[in-house]
Write a protein that binds this ligand. Structure first.
Ligand SMILES: Cc1cc2nc3c(=O)[nH]c(=O)nc-3n(C[C@H](O)[C@H](O)[C@H](O)COP(=O)(O)O)c2cc1C
Ligand code: SF4
Length: 411
């Protein structure tokens, strides 16, 4: 593993340029990647560079970005690109931070991604509650269009691209790509059976590329510096940098960029500045509310998007709990979130998340019965194994770890 500790790809200009002024972005080399793509590369060459970079999706699943681009590109006819900015995972605000601090980096990535697969229309799907970020994006799109980076004949080339910002109603499940597509089509925001995958049959039945906002923000750097250079950063299995979102008992809360492959301990100590004075580590949750709980003896685990990894990096959120945290408050907030956000399409999740919440309430009140203990085992198994989409598994993760590692119940 080759870690270049201080390399900043996404956050390089944060706090140094005015995000509302395209000129500031251009002055630090912004939109040069589009120029290079248009003047010096064929779309296939850009896709090759992305494949070479080893970039994998930052939306959680860790799928190869280059391979996904290639799968959409090979289709003929109308296609779409969608940038996923739903970001409803509690404790995760990295994608919004990109918009707040450098929206043109994101736009440049979106434009290149869309042109590389021959899409003439791109959507930014944003959670409807993120009003400030929508306004920033609206301004950025207008400015980019008036500088000929969006619209007909981008910087006087044969490329055309329209970008639409689409606000969802603010549902966690609409971050899942098939539910997101349903939502844009005006249907209920619930997942669809896959296959067919959106790369073949996506928005309006056309091949569609869905990429997370952080994934897309890496694209300009790769186009300028080459895929090989990117592949040398961080962990070999999922190279590059990652935005880590730190919170809880650490000294520094917020969004920090570091290489992939950092150990959990290094993220807490180097990026988070260690624990706040007087705090003692109990456990951490990695990857947001759907992430695993880890104890002190697991801090040496490296954070990557390796599918076989015991502790998936997920959204990159790292929340640290100290010895005095109330575990039942924590579990109740997790259960409440998943109960509220279940889309209701399948029974195990629709009913299971409600029952889990009710039992957790009794747990908190110290009124848990032997029957509850039996029921919770069944509910967690059912959520983990039988639901229509991964949301059910997500709802069970923290509970399963709390039972196994924190011994919250004598099951
Ligand atoms: C319940 C659920 C919620 C999701 N929420 C998000 C989200 O908020 N943002 C996101 O980019 N991906 C989210 N995803 C993953 C997307 O379905 C999809 O894999 C991702 O947007 C693809 O982009 P990437 O390849 O760049 O990661 C979610 C998946 C599930 C199952
Ligand atoms: S598991 Fe079922 S009910 Fe839950 S979000 Fe997925 S489809 Fe909807």
């Amino acid at each position: 593993m080759n870690i270049k500790d201080n390399l900043k790809i996404i956050t390089e200009h944060w706090g140094k340029i005015n995000p509302l002024k395209i000129r500031d972005y251009i002055d630090v080399g912004g939109y040069e990647a589009i120029r290079k793509f248009i003047e010096k590369m064929k779309p296939e060459e850009a896709i090759e560079e992305i494949k070479k970079s080893g970039l994998v999706g930052r939306g959680g699943a860790g799928f190869s970005t280059g391979e996904k681009w290639e799968a959409v590109k090979k289709n003929k006819g109308e296609k779409y690109f969608i940038c996923n900015l739903d970001e409803s995972e509690p404790g995760t605000y990295k994608d919004r931070a990109i918009v707040d601090n450098n929206p043109h980096l994101l736009l440049e990535g979106i434009i290149i991604s869309a042109l590389a697969i021959d899409a003439k229309k791109a959507y930014i799907y944003i959670n409807g509650r993120y009003i400030k970020q929508r306004e920033i994006l609206e301004k950025a799109v207008l400015e980019a269009a008036s500088n000929k980076f969006i619209g007909k004949g981008i910087i006087n080339s044969h490329y055309d691209l329209e970008i639409e910002i689409f606000s969802g109603a603010g549902a966690y499940i609409c971050g899942e790509e098939t539910a997101l597509i349903n939502s844009i089509e005006g249907k209920r925001g619930e997942p669809k059976f896959r296959p067919p995958y959106p790369t073949e049959t996506g928005l309006w039945g056309k091949p569609t590329l869905v990429n997370n906002a952080e994934t897309v923000s890496n694209i300009p750097w790769i186009i300028i510096n080459g895929g090989k250079k990117y592949s040398e950063i961080g962990s070999a299995v999922s190279p590059g940098t990652k935005l880590y979102v730190l919170g809880g008992a650490v000294r520094n809360s917020g969004v920090f960029e570091g290489p992939t492959g950092m150990t959990i301990g290094a993220v807490i100590d180097k990026l988070g500045g260690g624990l706040k004075k007087g705090k003692e580590l109990w456990f951490s949750q990695i990857g947001g509310s759907s992430g695993r709980l880890v104890l002190e003896n697991e801090l040496d685990n490296s954070l990557t998007f390796n599918k076989k990894s015991e502790i998936p990096l997920g959204s990159g959120a790292v929340f640290v709990f100290d010895k005095h945290s109330d575990i039942y408050d924590f579990l109740l907030s997790i259960a409440g979130f998943f109960r509220r956000e279940s889309c209701g399409k399948c029974v195990p999740c629709r009913e299971g998340t409600f029952r889990l919440y009710e039992i957790t309430e009794r747990m908190k009140d110290g009124e848990i019965s032997e029957r509850d203990k039996e029921a919770i085992k069944d509910i967690l198994w059912t959520l983990n194994n039988t639901t229509f989409c991964p949301f059910g598994k997500f709802a069970a993760v923290a509970f399963l770890d709390a039972v196994e590692k924190l011994k919250i119940l004598d099951l």
